[in-house]
Design a binder for this molecule. Structure first.
Ligand code: HEC
Length: 112
């Protein structure tokens, strides 16, 4: 048995990669300015701010057009499962999605 000195570097585990993504996300995320945000103090707004600030800054709905939000929300649901966070009820996710789409970036020319 010879020592494999050059083989001591291991690929990061999935958990390490996820941690890294969360770290990167803190800086890539466009945070919502709570001072100018609308309807945060409604059932949908509260569901959004409680659910979507667990891992990173509360995202600004205007960073995506409405058509892009369902895919992002679905990915976040997977992130929640991967990171061991409770996945919200489907009705809660629907309310969050509706909130995000209401304040999404206007689509059309120059959008997305
Ligand atoms: C369990 C932790 C977790 C929760 C809760 C979470 N996110 Fe994320 N979010 C991440 C991670 C990890 C990334 C970076 C990897 C990625 O984009 O999937 C990310 C990235 C993002 C991004 C930037 C990438 C992009 O596609 O624009 C947005 C926007 C975002 N999240 C929105 C949300 C919204 C909206 C919610 C609430 C429904 C939410 N997040 C809840 C973990 C989370």
């Amino acid at each position: 048995m010879s020592a494999h000195h050059m083989m001591g570097i291991q690929a990061p585990t999935d958990k390490e990669l996820t941690t890294l993504l969360v770290y990167l996300q803190r800086y890539a995320q466009i945070p919502l300015n709570k001072a100018t945000a609308k309807e945060l103090d409604t059932p949908a707004g509260r569901a959004f701010s409680e659910t979507c600030s667990q891992c990173h800054a509360l995202p600004d709905p205007a960073q995506h057009i409405a058509a892009d939000w369902p895919g992002v929300v679905l990915r976040m649901k997977h992130n929640m499962v991967a990171l061991g966070k409770p996945a919200p009820a489907p009705s809660t996710l629907d309310a969050i999605e509706a909130y995000l789409q209401k304040y999404a970036k206007p689509s059309g020319k120059g959008g997305a």
